[in-house]
Every structure is written in C-alpha cells, then in structure tokens.
Design a protein around this ligand. Sequence first.
Ligand code: GSH
Length: 210
Amino acid sequence: MPSYKLSYFPVRGLAESARLLFHLAGVPFEDERVNFLDDTWEKMKGKTPMGQLPVLTVDDFEIPQSAAINRYLARKFGFAGKTPEEEAWVDAVVDQFKDFFAEFRKLVIAKRVGKSAEELEKLTAEVIKPAMDVYFKVLNGLLEKSKSGYLIGDSITFADLYIADNIQTLKKYGLLEASGEQPKLAAHLEKVYSHPNLKSYIASRPVTEI
Ligand code: GSH
C-alpha cells in the first residue's frame, strides 16, 4: 500500500472530505495539520504545487486541489459513483458545492477580518442566503428522489461527505435554518456522520468552526 500524507490547516475546511474518505475506506494516512499562526505555512507555501493547501502526497507524488484529491481517493477506494452517470452527478454536486463555497467564503473572511455585526447581517441577507437557496433546492431535490438516503445512487459517495461536512459548518454558523426548515439536509448529515466507519473519528476529531 502506498504511504499517504494529507496536508492542510487545523480546520475541516477543504480537506475534511478527504480525511473522511480515508476513514471510510479504513486506509491509514498522515493527517498533517499545518500551523498558520507561526511561519510554518509561510516557509512551506512556495514548495507546494500551487501555493495552497490541501495537498495529498502519495509516496513521493503530490496532488493539489481539494476536488482532484477527493476524486482521486474516491476512485481508488470505491466512493466515486458506480456508473459513469453516477460519477458525473457526484462531480456535479461537488462542483455546485464549489460555487456555493465561493460565496460562503466571503462571510468566513468578513468574520475573520472583524466586520461589524451589521455588515455580516447585510452580507448574509444579500449574498449568502440567495446562494444557499439555490444550493439547498438542488440538494433537497436529490434527497427527495433518493431511495438510499444518499445523494447519488444506493451508497455513500464523496459528494455525501462534502455536503454533510458543509451542512455541519452552516449549522455552526447558525445559517442552516436561514433558508427555512431543512429536515432532509439534517437527516442526511446524521446519516453520513453515523456511518459505522466514520462515527468514532467524528466523535474524536478536533472541534472547529469551519
Ligand atoms: N481551489 C483550491 C482547492 O480547492 O484546493 C483552493 C485552496 C485554498 O483556497 N486553500 C487555502 C489556502 O491554502 C485554504 S482553504 N490558503 C493559504 C494561502 O493561500 O496562502
């Protein structure tokens, strides 16, 4: 078996679904959490393939970009969808997550730089809530059609991991209900987080806001 190292910052963020994939597959990996409060990241940045994290190192081979890392691991471990059509929809859900995340990130940054409560409320109402409405409509539509309770097909895929972890973040931000009651998304999160291969990692992982 190759040796795997997943490098990211000490948050869930863009690496958590890859961490969850390793736990789902029962494959050991080094979970490198890089400090960004001292100069560790500054020194490391220029040596990474694209100047950002996450980066997955497989033996000596480096893979940047979270979606590429997830797709690579999911294909290897059998969580990328069972047919080309399922794979396409798994990718589509992840791409839609990326569209949403680009908007959501504006709120994360606004909070980090200390914007006032009024500014945060305005940003939430004008940018985040409309983006959430679009995102949730698609996810709820998939869950309505689903017989398995997972987003695509009859078993868990890396799209479920992305979405469940992002819904967890929205919950922590107090945003989940901003687009109305979300029972399907809450049930999906519960289903993914209680997967027998994930439960104990989720109960013991570091608690972070994002
Ligand atoms: N499109 C990239 C991906 O999905 O992996 C985005 C990666 C990204 O934005 N990484 C951020 C980062 O490395 C952390 S979430 N920030 C530090 C920096 O840019 O110096």
